[in-house]
Ligand binder design. Structure first.
Ligand code: NCD
Length: 445
């Protein structure tokens, strides 16, 4: 194992040089899939999948078996002690104790993989945490695109479909921005990319995000890393027809996603699946689309016509196939049998704020708000101290706490008041409301 252990929870846990070095290693594995059968012999991988999966779990298991290791697997919440009320922390402590040398986890709560990484002794790989991130799918996507195009920098990539709940989109957008690709977001109406993702793209990945309406994006591309297109026609044409009107001079890849039906909430599906777009070869006849690659993490439902499957521009089955060698490279790296010899990712900067009372993450799907994981203490990284701006360490949602209390005097101030700003960071206790502060015993006489 690499010491100290490395986890892969967010795409931001690997540096660009590490990702490129993994591609080189994956090429070697890909060239001789049966030739590395002792690389990880003696090691055991545990796949804990509390949400449905075909490709991710099986390609991880195949990768581990091809490296000569063993695999143990729990695939349904219902068949594990999670259904008896066991916490994620206890599960991974046990599995990562003596059962396995590495854990791959898929879980419905956003930030769950970070919690697992904190409690497991062994490296944890995030195979999808709710709608948050799916960094190993991003490795497959980037690796495939890099092999096809020979580079990532400067590529024009259009991300389309359900951008709100597709975790694959979020991790991919971060990575593409960091490698210097240009992004255009084309959401299905009502399923726009979350604000938390756009903010993080700008803050952590140096992307400059421009917002435009369909029909307005021509000319915005130059010098911009990401264009966020607001759809204004509630039907499928708003996504694609204007592209034919040469809004973009070139599209290197279109990354399509399915409607994440299982995550829709309330009245989020007013239009029904009828209106969700389907990509078909006849939409991509122009010269500008000659080199456009059609990508999809799969499973496909109806978003890409089967007529596309034999088109040389269709990459989705290739993405799935390359999942094995790239995951072999990742497993070998985290188990310490593959050295990358390049600089690792710098640790995140900023003071960490942690408190069992007061401020909570505002994301209802965050693991810190899940009843089963009530032991997880809310934790935030301070992005700005005056006035305070905090980001949840688990799901990355940002929050500006209204009130700041003094841990000893228990006096309460508006967060932007001079008195609040004078409190030393380690003495601050943040609150969202006066009611919350009073409940915790804070207030002014
Ligand atoms: C994706 C996922 O689980 O997020 N699937 C995958 O891992 N290839 C995409 C999806 O389910 O739509």
């Amino acid at each position: 194992m690499v010491f100290p252990k490395r986890d892969f929870v967010s795409i931001d846990d690997l540096s660009n040089p590490e990702i490129l070095a993994l591609f080189t290693a994956a090429d070697e594995f890909h060239g001789d899939l049966r030739g590395f059968a002792t690389q990880c012999s003696g090691s055991i991988l545990a796949t804990l999948f509390f949400e449905a999966s075909t490709r991710t779990r099986l390609s991880f298991e195949s990768a581990m078996l091809r490296l000569g290791g063993g695999v143990i697997s729990a695939t349904e919440g219902a068949s594990t002690s999670a259904s008896k009320g066991e916490s994620l922390a206890d599960t991974v402590r046990v599995v990562g104790g003596k059962y396995a040398d590495l854990i791959v986890l898929r879980h419905r709560d956003e930030g769950a993989a970070r919690v697992a990484a904190r409690y497991a002794e062994v490296p944890v790989i995030n195979a999808g945490d709710g709608a948050h991130e799916h960094p190993t799918q991003t490795l497959c996507d980037l690796y495939t695109l890099w092999k096809e195009k020979g580079k990532l920098q400067g590529l024009e990539v259009l991300l389309a479909g359900d951008l709100k709940y597709s975790r694959t989109i979020h991790s991919l957008a971060y990575a593409l921005a960091r490698f210097g690709a240009n992004l255009v977001f084309r959401p299905f109406p009502g399923l726009e990319i979350p604000e938390s993702v756009l903010v993080r793209l700008e803050r952590d990945f140096d992307a400059s995000v421009r917002r435009a309406r369909v029909g307005e994006i021509k000319g915005l591309g130059a010098g911009k890393d990401a264009i966020y297109v607001t759809p204004h026609m509630p039907h499928q044409n708003s996504l694609f027809t204007r592209i034919d009107d040469s809004e973009l001079d070139r599209i290197d890849a279109i990354y399509m996603t399915r409607l994440q039906r299982e995550r829709l909430e309330g009245d989020e599906d007013p239009t029904g699946r009828r209106d969700y777009p389907t990509l078909a070869p006849q939409q991509f006849r122009g010269k500008r689309f000659r080199d456009t690659r059609i990508m999809h993490p799969l499973p496909r439902v109806d978003e890409i016509s089967y007529d596309f499957d034999d088109d040389p521009r269709a990459l989705y089955f290739r993405q799935a196939a390359l999942g094995v060698p790239i995951r072999m490279a990742l497993l070998a790296f985290l188990l310490g049998t593959l050295e990358l010899g390049v600089p690792a990712q710098e640790p995140e900067e900023g003071v960490v704020y942690r408190s069992a009372v007061g401020l909570r993450c505002k994301n209802p799907r965050c693991v810190t708000n899940a009843a089963a994981e009530h032991y997880v203490i809310p934790e935030f990284r301070e992005l700005r101290s005056a006035p305070p701006l905090l980001r949840c360490s688990f799901c990355d949602w940002e929050v500006e706490p209204e009130l700041t209390g003094h841990a000893q005097s228990r006096r309460l101030h508006r967060s932007n008041a001079a008195e609040a700003l004078r409190i030393l960071p380690q003495r601050r206790v943040y609150f969202e409301s006066e009611g919350q502060a009073v409940e915790a015993g804070f207030g002014n006489p």
